[in-house]
Ligand binder design. Structure first.
Ligand code: NCD
Ligand code: ZN
Length: 341
């Protein structure tokens, strides 16, 4: 197959930032994607419905025609009534749980889940999904084990406590995450583009590659292969959330570099490459345009996107310029022949 037309995709986990960065990165997503679940980890975070409304307007101004699906950043003082009102108005599509200290701008996140039970119970009642950054932050737990330990010690107990709660395991990186999400029903998982392409060796072998460092950190090859099988399976519990997370080069190429891979610019060609390689191009639409919409109760996009396979490799810009500084575009490390028509 050298050409494929699918419904226009949605990105169910995206960081757009704010200010000059937002202005530069929002059009990169809007080029190929119709809608995106927008992460709320700004500084300060998007905690209230009023903040989400103002942020949505800034996104719309930066990328007219693109539809941001807003989320709220869960804190121990989040008001269940504010969440319910923001959901009822159609503004907010999910609430994001960041365990405090787990990732970029998560210091205002949740330390004690007991303190957010009233919010989670309200969300279960109204059917509003909880998006989880699924890593424990316990210093004793090895960074490569943090996802599996989160599933056993936080996620599974939470789902037993509130079985009606709809949960998205964000950016799963392990075979344990794949296996747990396979239950489906009111549970789903997003998978990023980069975790289908790199394993931990790509970050560490032959010199440290800061542009491959993200959280959750890429794991062993067997985990990458489990993610590939899940993404290309067509199973409704798995869908795309790129977790495209721009940081300026000065903060990536740093003694204490920021976590995040910027994939908004070339995600769809990279996914076409991955699905083609695995003989699963016929499932690219399910992963990028159908499964996520179905989980969030959205109608799939009517508009279409066509990808073509060229005989010669396609070049992507190595960086995009932003008013905050250059941002490096994710380099898969192999030749890509697919491009968006
Ligand atoms: C994200 C960011 O930079 O906001 N970074 C990342 O490595 N994925 C935060 C996150 O999703 O963990
Ligand atoms: Zn993220």
């Amino acid at each position: 197959m050298t050409q494929i037309t699918i419904r226009r995709p949605d990105d169910m986990h995206l960081h757009l930032r704010d200010g000059a960065m937002l202005q530069a990165v929002a059009p990169e997503s809007a080029r190929d994607f119709a809608r995106a679940i927008i992460m709320p980890n700004l500084v300060p975070p998007v905690v209230t419905g009023a903040q989400a409304l103002a942020y949505r307007d800034r996104i719309l101004a930066a990328a007219p025609g693109f539809m941001p699906l807003m989320t709220l950043y869960l804190t121990e003082t989040t008001d269940p009534a504010d969440v319910a009102a923001a959901a009822a108005s159609g503004l907010v599509k999910a609430v994001k749980l960041y365990p405090a200290g787990a990732t970029t701008n998560s210091h205002g996140g949740v330390r004690d889940l007991d303190r957010v039970m009233p919010v989670l119970e309200k969300m279960a009642e109204i059917g509003l999904p909880l998006c989880t950054h699924g890593e424990v932050t316990t210093p004793e737990v090895d960074i490569f084990d943090r996802e599996a330990v989160f599933i056993d010690t936080v996620l599974d107990p939470l789902r037993r406590r509130i079985p009606e709660l709809r949960v998205v395991m964000e950016h799963i990186t392990t075979e344990e995450g794949v296996a747990y999400a396979a239950q489906g029903g009111n549970l789903a998982a997003t998978i990023t583009t980069h975790h289908l392409i790199i394993n931990r060796n790509h970050i560490l072998v032959g010199g440290i590659k800061p542009h491959y460092y993200c959280l959750p950190v890429a794991k062993r090859e067997k985990h990458r292969l489990a993610l590939r099988r899940a993404a290309t399976s067509g199973h409704p519990a798995y869908f795309l959330g790129t977790d495209s997370a721009p940081h300026v080069d000065a903060l990536k190429e740093h003694a204490c570099g920021c976590a995040g891979c910027f994939t908004a610019t070339n995600t769809m060609p990279l996914l076409a490459h991955v699905f083609d390689e695995d003989g699963a191009l016929d499932r690219l639409e399910a992963f990028t345009a159908l499964n996520g919409a179905a989980f969030y109760g959205l109608t799939p996009n009517e508009d279409r996107l066509t990808l073509v396979k060229e005989t010669t490799p396609v070049a992507f810009p190595p960086k995009i310029e932003t008013g905050a500084g250059p941002v490096t575009v994710f380099d898969p490390g192999f030749a890509v022949h697919w491009r968006v028509l």
